[in-house]
Design a protein around this ligand. Structure first.
Ligand code: ADP
Ligand code: NA
Length: 341
């Protein structure tokens, strides 16, 4: 299948940042003034990172967001990467920023400025032809939820990567039945369960466990608990160096019962861990591009083997991202992912 023929289109309503890395000997102490022996500036933000990941994975994507005048170069960069930038606004607020001190021993310290990401963005209508909506949590949550409602009304498939984690009250207010796919890491899955259920001790009785194959993975118990709270949502839980575990009710079709989990180990790294930033974003972008590809191939009913093939690419791509420095720039191209599998 040719990439040009893609009729499936993803929209991301999300953040765009400028990441400024100050290379320092030590992280600055209160009252101290230090010199930086290096400064680098990169495009970032989870919305932008995931948009680039969708494109590199072979999918078609439009990013809806805002930057200040100082962020016009980021729009250009995203455009050159193949992201549809026609709905990125230039506003009077400065572009969202991450000021990162990177110490020689690898320690870092970050100041975030929300900037243009939090300016009001009244438009919530989805561009025509949108089939998938991918959301994170680096813009006002009310905007995220407005897009979610618009997507549900238009029968657009929704994917939510709620990072950074919303507050407990916010988590309880999210209409989870409108979310088709949730992408979280293990800590986020546990926080979400506690917030939504109110079971802070995590002692509640679990639903009947049909499979004990994954009982050795503590994340499996966490996922079962979370699933009991949001039984309509397909859960994809990334486990860092361990891999990924999913609990996908869509695989049950109309059948009752508990979905059989899928576990895939993380990719074996050739060069070891270099920089894990952006691995989660790489995973999310590849996941959505994979779901779009399944639709493109006419896979109406999701099958276990289809999902496994999508997840395999995600795991390989995220592993390659970890092996290279940076976030956006370390996301690999689909052809390189496939060549190394
Ligand atoms: P996040 O960065 O959002 O917390 P994770 O740390 O779970 O997400 O990483 C996302 C994915 O990246 C994992 O599911 C895995 O596939 C890959 N990954 C992360 N760390 C490593 C690692 N050390 N070795 C191999 N793959 C990794
Ligand atoms: Na990286």
């Amino acid at each position: 299948m040719s990439k040009d023929k893609m009729t499936y289109k993803c929209v991301i309503r999300g953040s765009i940042n400028i990441d400024e890395f100050f290379h320092v000997k030590n992280i600055v102490r209160p009252g101290e003034t230090i010199s930086s022996h290096g400064l680098s500036k990169r495009a970032g933000g989870k919305g932008a990172n995931q948009a680039v990941a969708v494109v590199k994975a072979g999918g078609s994507v439009a990013l809806v967001g805002a930057v200040g005048e100082d962020g016009c170069w980021v729009i250009e960069l995203l455009k050159e990467s193949g992201v549809d930038v026609s709905d990125i606004e230039v506003v009077s607020e400065p572009t969202g920023r991450a000021i990162i001190q990177l110490a020689d021993d690898g320690e870092n310290s970050i100041i975030l400025f929300k900037g243009a990401n939090y300016t009001s963005h009244p438009k919530t209508s989805l561009p025509s032809g949108t089939t998938h909506l991918l959301l994170q949590n680096e813009i006002p949550l009310e905007d995220t939820l407005a897009y979610l409602c618009a997507a549900t009304e238009a029968s657009v498939s929704t994917i939510f990567n709620p990072s950074p984690m919303p507050s407990d009250a916010e988590l309880r207010a999210v209409p989870w039945d409108k979310i088709n796919w949730l992408i979280v890491n293990e800590g986020e899955a546990s926080d979400m369960y506690k917030a939504i259920s109110g079971d802070s001790t995590q002692q509640a009785t679990l639903p009947g466990i049909s499979s004990t194959v994954y009982a050795h993975l503590p994340a499996y118990t966490t996922l079962l608990r979370l699933y009991s709270q949001i039984p309509k949502t397909n859960i994809v839980c990334t486990l860092g160096a361990t891999g990924v575990l999913t609990l996908v009710p869509s695989l049950l079709g109309e059948l009752p019962g508990l979905p059989e989990p899928i576990f895939l180990p993380a990719a074996k790294l050739k060069n070891g861990v270099v920089d894990t930033t952006g691995a989660g974003d790489c995973f999310a972008g590849y996941m959505v591009a994979g779901l779009m590809r399944l639709c493109e191939e006419g896979t109406d009913v999701l099958q276990r083997e289809h999902l496994i093939s999508v997840l395999k690419r995600c795991v390989q791509a995220a592993g390659m991202c970890v092996e290279n420095r940076g976030a956006m720039e370390s996301i690999p191209l689909a052809k390189d992912v496939d060549a190394s599998q």
